[in-house]
Structure formats: C-alpha cells, structure tokens
Design a protein around this ligand. Sequence first.
Ligand code: UVW
Length: 311
Amino acid sequence: MSELLRDAPKNWGKWGDDDEVGALNYLTPAEVLRGVAHVRSGTVFTLQRLINDPKGDPCWPGRTPAERTMIVDESTWDGDDAPAFPGGLHYADDKINAFLQGSTQYDALGHVWYDGTIWNGHDARTTVGGLDIASVEPIAERGVVGRGVLLDIARFRGKEHLDNGETFTHEDLEACAKAQGHTIEPHDVLLIRTNFLKLFFDRGEEFYQDFVEPGLTYSPELVRWFADREIPNLVTDTMANEVTYEPATGIALPLHCALMRNLGVTLTEICDLEKLAASCAEDGQYTFLYAAAPLKVHRAAGSPVNPLAIK
Ligand code: UVW
C-alpha cells in the first residue's frame, strides 16, 4: 500500500491537527443551502437497508448480521416475576448484538490505515481498545448534509446490476452524470448505484464464493479527481465502496486508504438506492438534498445510519 500511494495527495493538517471529520469540513452551511435548493417535490427516500431482513442481511465476509433478542413482551406477564406498573402498563423491549459495520453504515476516518498511521498522521496505536481519535463520534456529532447526486452506473451501463469485480473510474462517473443531464460539482456527496447486492438476495450463500465486489478502482488520477473536486462523502450500495482487489496489483481496498486515510473522505456503505434510482430515472432529477447522521457511539470505528435523500 505504501508503495502504491507513495505520491498520493493528503489533506492532513488542512483543517488543523485535531481534525476528526476531514472532507466533511467542506459541507458548510452554504453547502446545506445548496442541497436544499434541489428539493422540488418534498419526496423523501430512506437509504438504509433493513436490519434483520427476513431475506438476509448482506455484510462483509467475517462480519455477521445483527442478532435481535426480545427481552420483554406480552409473554413476560405469563409468569409471576413480571414487572407491575400502577395502572397495568405492559411493554416490549429488545436488544441487538451487532457489528457496527454490519449494515448500512458510516465508517469513521480512523477505520482503516497502513504504515501504522491513521487519518491526519496519528499513530495507529490510538485505535487500540477503541478509537481515541477519528472515531465515528465527531461525524455523528456534526451530521452530514449537502447536495447529493445519484450516479446510476448500472443503468448507465444498461445493466440490471454490475458483476463481480466490474470496475469503473472517475471518468465513468463524469460520463454517467452527463448522460443523466447534470454535472458533478465541488462538494457534492456522491451516491453510486451498482445494484450488486441484488446478487446476494438472488444467490444466497453462493454469493460469497469468489467474492470480489465491483466498484471504483484506484488510479492516481482518480484520487486527484476526488481531491480537486473536494468530495466530502462517497456513498454506495456495496459493502466496501470500491472493487475489492485493485486489478493491476491485487492490493485490497486501496481507495479506503487513498480517500479515507489520506484525503479524509468519509465512506458510507451498504445503502439501498433502488427506490431513489427508480424515481430519478422516472423524473430525470438526479440531484437532491442528502442528510445523514450515524449513531453517536463513543470510540467506535463506524456506526449504523439511515441516510435521507429529499427531492
Ligand atoms: C472493510 O474495512 C473491510 O470494509 P468496510 O469499509 O466495508 O467497513
């Protein structure tokens, strides 16, 4: 990784040595208003995948779906030890045991690193036992609001979904935007649709055989494009927002390092963009207000989120 990214641009220090939200700093109040200007009909789309979907929860190999356990329900009052509230109130309570990156999620900037150094040049030992620096907490505290653009790469390529290991570049994103009738502007939150996870629901366990997700693929030009466009947040419907192994070198997830660790671009993964994409295809409006706030979890490397797109 260090060899591949030796000359790659970095935004370290740009927002001060203590900064923990990186390129989200581009999303100023003026950017919120720029996003609001794209609200036309007031139609709201929620982009989170269902946790505990009866059809299954897609998650990165090595992670497992959330387990939800019922703690209190009407059957609690079948026994003698049930809580007794004046007036006879009954209630339901449940809990989940979940990977914080096991469903639709924001990654903290300290989520990935190489060479023993995380975002903004901090020692990777600051992650031991919990992220002391660049956890998801500051992202959750500030929220993420701006102009969102949907780049429907699957539709642009005339496909129902992208295939295993299929790649695309920043030039494809530009071409896709042009075909959709708009441009990608500085500070846009990019939402990229591949519909790849359709295969998870179609194929079941077979989905994980020869697992190589499709996605953006590393090049110095692509990283420079993200830096120059000052992109704050990359949001996709895949588990890792980039092709799993960079085809030229076989290196796993180099864009996590080039974009997140080096430029401070926040990654948002496993979104469900299907209803939003259908609407955009129908009315031709691919720009909207994007708003999201992950859960505030102390020292966490990521956290679940239900982002909104409002057209
Ligand atoms: C990994 O870090 C492996 O994945 P993600 O960014 O999807 O959480």
